[in-house]
Every structure is written in structure tokens, then in C-alpha cells.
Write a protein that binds this ligand. Structure first.
Ligand code: PHE
Ligand code: ZN
Length: 876
């Protein structure tokens, strides 16, 4: 056990800072054995709060070398250095506080603060990393102007970057040089960044709507020069989009992107100097899949959009994290929807929300999008804060409509520019601009859990009316046994017998078109539609207008009908998933022995349908993932669900063998790779057909896979072929291709990560002994989060059959790795352990074994605060 429980931080204890900082002057000297940071802070007492005589500055793992006040050395009696604080006594109303610290970036394995990644210096300060660089008021409501002078050896570190604009550079003695940067915009310390390295620079430029020219620069290691085009193109598209859709213009003369190999998260929106995990920014057709291209497109946009939603207007405290993250995810997902197929984009977001976020919201870590408390803030960068947060903003958008929403966002940016604010300020701006009352809607910010909507309907032929009743409830979550009803938009349509949308008219109202949005506010509401001449099939929650679980007793025939007729693409897909889920569950529970022929005929029709968007067809044909099936099942039996899912897959593949071959031939690879919706859809269908055929050990498909693997001009097709073979029973071909792949790509870390993940996530290739062998592989590196994620993370998160092996070996393996990683990188260790906290979802024997593994972690003497919080909450 840990010796003392970490402190819980509570929103209700928030107080304004007693001191403010107007200006920060940093001088950072980079050396081979450490770095010296000279900091000068213009500090003054905050006039709007009760004066305090002591100034407390945050600091972690710092060696303090000097403290001065207005240039004078401070005597030892005037200050105290404790574990994580520097206290200055008898602080005057205002003063220049000087602090010199010595830090060791070379030994920084946590990757928070200043660290080294493959020879370059870089920083990560969100959420509380700046205090690992120097003593500071490290809280987002303290906003200061930063001037940063970096000094380093000229040969080793020719490129020295920080936020803002470059204002000075000069050579220094002993082969060193300095570059000085100034950021005119006041910002919290979490947005500070600096980089020093031997990097190549890719230039581009962007002319803003008002005609200013912005230099765009991307900095990468020389071997990655050819992998910048996609990110730069995406950046320019995102800059234009934010001008057009939100009226937001870029505000500095230069915008920089840096790629680093060792990074805890995806990317970081530091002002003017975004830093990316290499895997989220570098791409070429030969090395990155379509999914990676999409990921880069959305993350580049996401970080860029933060310049307004996060930087110009920032968070008052970390409980408000969703203020910037929920809003920015909503913005980037709308951006992505505008680039490709809106429906397919929505399907991907909802799929991830319903699989990962719903699971989080029904587990021990469930929290509202504005949490009330935390032990370690890095644990709250969650799918709830991000994805559910985005859904909440989307609901405001649906309730207000696009024009009023835009008026609300304009007002928000104008009113709060340069401020650190709360989610409530955001909602208030939306209310003030629209005149709508969002009082009840605000419950989404402080109630956790996924609401359930139970739908009942009846048709009365005599009066030609159709009644729909909608009841809402929300299960208890930790600390919240009872929930008040939510306010949500519910879009629906009614399909007539010919499959067309009926004209909708509520009793006593004007006709309202063929799809309408209902306002749900009560525990139970009834809607009566008139002039309905025959019993309709309802198309409920079109476009997934609210993040809720929907219960309606669909018959399989109704689902078949929706699959072929619904005018809402999202709901067509949703019906296909519900049909497949129903069939799989019936098999898993032993209620049915054979795969329902209706599912086969639905898939067959889809394979032959060339009127529908092929990208949508590919999504509709994808069976619900095992993770999603588990999420839906109380007391899940993983093996039974997996076997039922496999039975459906192989029986579909057998029945549709000829159609699948035909689909494969109908979508040949074009001569050159293009990142277009059409080509991506064709690749998705082609690779899906291959995977299905290989699931039944089809020899002819193996030939196709081998030749596709050998001839592919892009990574989507190469990896698609490899994955299909790796997941098949063709053990010899699997090994040959895996060896060949590694031989060819071993010099490229991003591709090696794909190679790890395709094995670690595979039921066939990813057995525990094989996972252990991967961890012994020369390319595996404990210090690199991407490697840890692509082997251990992929095993525990995607290879559910092997992770949940009945003997519990997967669980104790994971516990062991978490314990091993915790001392060097607690943030990643805490993320890795979370699959074990989902034990309530599983049948009792499984749940017991998972808890045993958690207790093993809990028993460690020196657990980090990060891992302690997840494990202790996971056991409660
Ligand atoms: N703020 C980053 C984003 O969402 C994520 C991040 C959080 C990165 C913490 C690093 C550390 O864009
Ligand atoms: Zn973000």
C-alpha cells in the first residue's frame, strides 16, 4: 500500500489566485547533462481577493539554485522550499521574483515538463508540467506574457523554438547560440513550449481572410522530411474552415508544428508551437493507412482550432477542461465531416462513443463532463471530457440551430477573449445570443451516466394516429444515486409502408416536415402524430442527436426495413448494427443455433447495392466489435460472445463467398494513392472482403492477399492484406508476411508500431507468449509510449479474447506491466490499467480475477498518484 492517500482536489474549493503574473522572462540553458532555467516573474497581488502575505509557487523535482526579489538575493529566512512548493514570506504588493533552477531533461521518463526525445529537447506542460521546469503559479487562471531565450550548442541544436514570434538571435561563446521568442498573447503556463534540436524545416504559407501572411513551418527529423505534406495541407484547410465556419482568424505571424517520437498523448496546442506525437502527424502513402490520414487530419485541425477554443479563451481551472476539449472536438469533428462523408464521420464518432465512453460512464471512473473532484488531473483527459463533452456541445447546436449557435460562439469569443473562464460562461453566451433557456440543459455538465430512453408506441387505425411515448432515466454513478431529467434534442422520422418518410404533424400543430426534432425534458412525454394511414416504422434518434441508450422493441423485420429504406444514413447503419447484435446475442445465449437468414440476405443486398455510398456499405457490413458487444451485455461471457460473433462472420463469409470475390474484383487499386473518399471507400470494401474470405480459410483469397501485400502502393492495402492473413489460420503465410514486413520497414518507427499492433490485437497472433516475445523484440522500448501502447495497450484493449483468457493470465500480465511502468511513466501506467477497472461488466469468475489483478497493483508500496487514483476507484 501507498503510505498516504493522495489529496482530493475539489471544484467547490476553487479560489481566485492571491497573486497574478504579468510578464515572464525565461532564459533556458540547454546542456548535455541538464538544463538551467533562469526565470524572472513580474508578480503583483490580485486586487480582487483578500491579501495574503505569503507567495506560494508550485515546483516538482527541481533543484533550486537561487531566489531573488527585485534583484536582491533573498535571505534563507524569507523563503521555504518544501516538496512541491517554494514559499516566499512577506511578499510586497508587487515585485520581480527571480528563480534559478537546475533540471535533468535527460532523465525525465515521465515526459512531462522539459525532456529529451531522440536527441531533441522538447516540453509538455499541460496540465501541470511547467512546475517541472521552474517554480511558478502553475494554474490556468494565471495568464502572463512570455519572453523565452533559449541557449544551446549551435551544432547539436541549430533549431531553437518557443511560443510567439522570433525577436532575436545571436552566436554565443564556446560554439553556443541563443534564440529569443516573444509571445504577445497572455497565456497560462500549460501553453508554454520550447524545442531544441537538429531538425529540418518545411515551409509553407497561408493568407488569412484579412490578407495577412502567416508563415507555416513544420519541423521534423531529417528522415521524416517526406512525411509532412498531408499535415501541412490539412492545416491550411483547417485554417480556412475556421475562418469560414466560425469567423476565427489566426493571430501570429508564424504557426509551427513539431513532430516528436516520445509523447504521452496525441498532440498539444501550445501557442503558435503545436507539438505532435509523430504517429499523429507524419504520413506518406507508403507508410500510413487511410485511418491514420484521417486521424492526422482531425488532430491537426483540433490543435489548430484550440488557438481560439482553448488559448485565446482558456479554462479557469482544470474542472473546466471540457470547456476547451469538448468544444474543440465538436469543432474538429464538424470539420472532418465537411471534408468527407458526414454520415460516415458520424458513424465513427458514435461507434467510439458507444463503445468506450458508455463503458467509462457505467464504470467506477464515471464522471460528469465537468467533474467535481479529482486526485490527478491527467487521469481526467478522458473520452467523457472529450467525446461526451463534444456531444453536449453538439446538442446545443441542434437545439439552437446553426445560426443561433454561431451567434453564441461569436459572443463567447468576443466576451471572453483573453480570459480564463468556465463551462457555465460558455452556456451563458449561448443563452444570451439565442434567447433560449438552458437551465435544465446544464445538468449535462454535472450529472454523470448515460441516460436511457425507453420508447413505446401504438397505432390506432380508426383515428389514424400514431402515439409515441418517450421515458428517460439515468442509472446511478459513483456519488450520484439519483438523477434529475435531462433536456435533449430527439430527431425522428416515420417510415410509411413504401419506405418513404411520412409527413409529420403533431396533434394540434402545423405540419413539420419529414424529419423533426423533439425537445425532451420530462421523465415521460407522449407525442401523437395525426393523419397516419398505416402503422409506420419509426426511425428514432436520427443522426444520434443525443448521447443516450435507446430501448425500443424492434423486430428483425423492422430493422431489415430500416436498413433498406431509412433516409437517414446514420440510422440505416444503426439498424444494421442492431440486427447483427441481436443475432449474435441470440447465438451467444443459446436461444438460436443458426445464423438468421435475414442477416445473410441483408448483407448480400448490401454487397450488391451500388446506389449507396460504398463507404456507408463498408460500415454497415462491419460487425459490431467484441468490445461493443461486451458493453451491451450485463455479466458478459467474453468467449461465448466471441464465438457467436465468429460464427456469424464465418457463416456470412461462406454464404456470400462469390459476392465477396466479386466485390474484391469490382474495387481494384488505382495506379496511384489518393486520399479521397471514393478511393478510401473502395479500399475499405476491398479489404473487408479479403478479411471475410480469409476468415473461412479461402485459398483463393490467400493468393489475392499475398499479391495485394506484394504489389500495394500504399499502407492501407499492404496492412489490410497483412492483417487479414495474420487473423487467419494460415500460420505459415502469417509468419512469412510478418517477417517480410519487418525486414522492409524496421527503420520506420511509425510502421513498426503498426506491425506490433497488428499482432498484439490479433486473436490468432496475439496469444500471451507471443505478446511476451514482442516485448523482448529489439524494436520494443519501454521508454516510448507508442511502443507500450502498440503492444500492451493493443493486447488489453483490442485483443479481448486473449486478454480475458479464462485462466486470468491476461490480467496478471497486465498488472505486472503496470507495476513495472508506474515508476518511470505514471501517466501511461494509469491509462494502461483501466481495462481491469471494468470488472463489473463481466460474469462473476471473470470479475473476481480482474479484481485480484487490481489488488496486486494496489499492494505496491510506492504507487504513483496517477495509478493509485484509477486502481483505488476501480476497486470500489
Ligand atoms: N490538450 C491536448 C489536446 O487535446 C491533449 C494533451 C493533454 C496533450 C495533456 C498533452 C498533455 O489537444
Ligand atoms: Zn484538445
Amino acid at each position: 500500500m501507498r503510505t498516504s492517500e493522495p489529496k482530493t482536489i475539489r471544484l467547490k474549493d476553487y479560489r481566485e489566485p492571491p497573486f497574478l503574473i504579468d510578464q515572464v522572462d525565461l532564459r533556458v540553458e540547454l546542456f548535455e547533462d541538464g538544463a538551467r532555467v533562469h526565470s524572472r516573474l513580474d508578480v503583483r497581488r490580485n486586487p480582487s481577493v483578500q491579501p495574503e502575505s505569503e507567495l506560494h509557487l508550485d515546483g516538482e523535482d527541481l533543484k533550486l539554485e537561487e531566489v531573488t526579489l527585485n534583484g536582491e538575493h533573498l535571505s534563507a529566512s524569507r523563503y521555504v522550499v518544501e516538496d512541491s512548493q517554494l514559499t516566499i514570506r512577506d511578499m510586497p504588493d508587487s515585485a520581480v521574483v527571480g528563480v534559478v533552477t537546475w533540471i535533468k531533461p535527460q532523465e525525465n521518463t515521465r515526459l512531462e515538463g522539459l525532456y529529451k526525445s531522440s536527441g531533441m529537447f522538447c516540453t509538455q506542460c499541460e496540465a501541470e508540467g511547467f512546475r517541472r521546469i521552474t517554480y511558478y503559479l502553475d494554474r490556468p487562471d494565471v495568464m502572463a506574457r512570455f519572453r523565452t531565450r533559449i541557449e544551446a550548442d549551435l551544432k547539436r541544436y541549430p533549431i531553437l523554438l518557443a511560443n510567439g514570434n522570433e525577436v532575436d538571435r545571436s552566436p554565443l561563446e564556446e560554439g553556443r547560440h541563443q534564440v529569443t521568442w516573444e509571445d504577445p498573447f497572455p497565456k497560462p503556463a500549460y501553453l508554454f513550449a520550447l524545442v531544441g534540436g537538429d531538425l529540418v524545416e518545411r515551409h509553407d504559407s497561408f493568407e488569412t481572410v484579412s490578407g495577412r501572411n502567416v508563415a507555416l513551418r513544420m519541423y521534423v527529423e531529417p528522415r521524416n522530411q517526406e512525411k509532412c505534406d498531408h499535415a501541412l495541407a490539412a492545416l491550411k484547410r483547417a485554417m480556412r474552415w475556421d475562418e469560414e465556419v466560425y469567423g476565427r482568424e489566426y493571430d501570429l505571424d508564424v504557426f509551427m508544428i513539431v513532430a516528436v517520437d516520445d509523447f504521452n498523448m496525441g498532440a498539444m496546442e501550445n501557442k503558435g508551437l503545436n507539438i505532435f506525437n509523430s504517429s499523429c502527424v507524419l504520413a506518406s502513402p507508403e507508410t500510413a493507412t487511410d485511418a491514420i490520414y484521417d486521424r492526422i487530419e482531425s488532430i491537426v485541425a483540433h490543435e489548430y482550432f484550440h488557438n481560439w477554443s482553448g488559448n485565446r479563451v482558456t479554462c479557469r481551472d482544470w474542472f473546466q477542461l471540457s470547456l476547451k476539449e469538448g468544444f474543440t472536438v465538436f469543432r474538429d469533428s464538424e470539420y472532418s465531416a465537411d471534408q468527407g462523408s458526414r454520415t460516415v464521420n458520424r458513424i465513427d464518432s458514435v461507434n467510439m462513443l458507444r463503445t468506450a465512453q458508455f463503458a467509462e460512464d457505467s464504470g467506477p471512473m464515471a464522471h460528469p463532463i465537468r467533474p467535481a473532484e479529482y486526485m490527478e488531473i491527467t487521469n481526467f483527459y478522458t473520452v467523457t471530457i472529450y467525446e461526451k463533452g463534444a456531444e453536449v456541445v453538439r446538442m446545443i447546436h441542434s437545439l439552437l440551430g446553426p445560426e443561433l449557435f454561431r451567434a453564441g460562439s461569436d459572443l463567447y469569443f468576443e466576451r471572453h477573449d483573453g480570459q480564463a473562464v468556465t463551462t457555465d460562461d460558455f452556456v451563458r453566451a449561448m443563452e444570451d445570443a439565442s434567447g433560449r433557456d438552458l437551465t435544465q440543459f446544464r445538468r449535462w455538465y454535472d450529472q454523470a451516466g448515460t441516460p436511457e430512453l425507453a420508447i413505446e408506441d401504438s397505432y390506432d387505425a380508426a383515428s389514424q394516429t400514431y402515439r409515441l411515448s418517450i421515458s428517460q432515466s439515468c442509472p446511478p454513478t459513483p456519488g450520484q444515486p439519483e438523477k434529475a431529467p435531462f433536456h435533449l434534442p430527439f430527431e425522428l422520422g416515420l417510415l410509411g409502408t413504401d419506405g418513404q418518410d411520412l409527413e409529420l404533424q403533431l396533434e394540434g400543430s402545423e405540419p413539420s416536415g419529414r424529419s423533426m426534432v423533439l425537445d425532451i425534458t420530462e421523465p415521460r412525454q407522449e407525442f401523437v402524430f395525426t393523419n397516419i394511414t398505416a402503422r409506420p416504422v419509426p426511425s428514432l434518434l436520427r443522426g444520434f442527436t443525443a448521447p443516450v441508450r435507446l430501448r425500443y422493441p424492434w423486430t428483425r423485420d423492422q430493422l431489415m426495413f430500416l436498413i433498406s429504406h431509412d433516409s437517414d444514413g446514420f440510422n440505416r447503419w444503426d439498424a444494421s448494427q442492431r440486427l447483427a447484435t441481436d443475432v449474435i446475442e441470440a447465438l451467444a445465449e443459446g436461444r438460436e443455433a443458426e445464423v438468421d437468414a435475414r442477416l445473410v440476405s441483408a448483407c448480400s443486398a448490401l454487397l450488391k447495392n451500388d446506389a449507396l455510398d460504398p463507404a456507408l456499405v463498408a460500415k454497415m457490413l462491419s460487425l459490431p466489435s467484441l468490445a461493443y458487444l461486451i458493453e451491451l451485455t450485463p455479466s458478459a461471457d467474453v468467449l461465448k460472445l466471441h464465438q457467436a460473433r465468429e460464427q456469424v462472420l464465418t457463416s456470412l463469409a461462406r454464404s456470400l463467398r462469390d459476392d465477396l470475390h466479386e466485390v474484391y474484383q469490382r474495387h481494384p487499386a488505382p495506379a496511384a494513392y489518393r486520399y479521397t473518399s471514393e478511393d478510401m471507400a473502395a479500399r475499405a470494401l476491398r479489404n473487408m472482403a479479403l478479411a471475410w474470405l480469409l476468415s473461412i480459410n479461402d485459398e483463393q483469397a490467400l493468393k489475392l492477399a499475398r499479391s495485394q501485400y506484394g504489389q500495394a502502393n500504399n499502407m492501407t492495402d499492404r496492412l489490410g492484406a497483412l492483417r487479414a492473413v495474420v487473423n487467419s489460420d494460415f500460420a505459415e503465410a502469417r509468419q512469412t508476411l510478418l517477417d517480410d514486413f519487418y525486414q522492409q520497414w524496421q527503420a520506420d518507427p511509425q510502421v513498426v508500431e503498426l506491425w506490433f499492433a497488428v499482432q498484439a490485437a490479433s486473436p490468432q497472433a496475439g496469444t500471451l507468449p507471443h505478446i511476451k516475445a514482442l516485448m523482448e523484440h529489439a524494436a520494443f522500448d519501454w521508454k516510448n509510449p507508442n511502443k507500450v501502447r502498440s503492444v500492451i495497450g493493443a493486447f488489453a484493449g483490442q485483443n479481448l479474447v486473449n486478454f480475458h483468457a479464462p485462466d486470468g493470465s491476461g490480467y496478471s500480465f497486465l498488472a505486472e506491466q503496470v507495476i513495472r511502468l508506474d515508476p518511470s511513466n505514471p501517466q501511461i501506467a494509469a491509462r494502461l490499467v483501466s481495462p481491469l477497472t471494468r470488472w463489473k461488466k463481466f460474469k462473476p469468475e471473470t470479475a473476481d480475477a480482474m479484481q485480484r489483478a487490481l489488488r496486486e497493483v494496489m499492494g505496491q508500496p510506492k504507487l504513483s498518484r496517477d495509478t493509485y487514483e484509477i486502481v483505488s476507484k476501480g476497486l470500489s
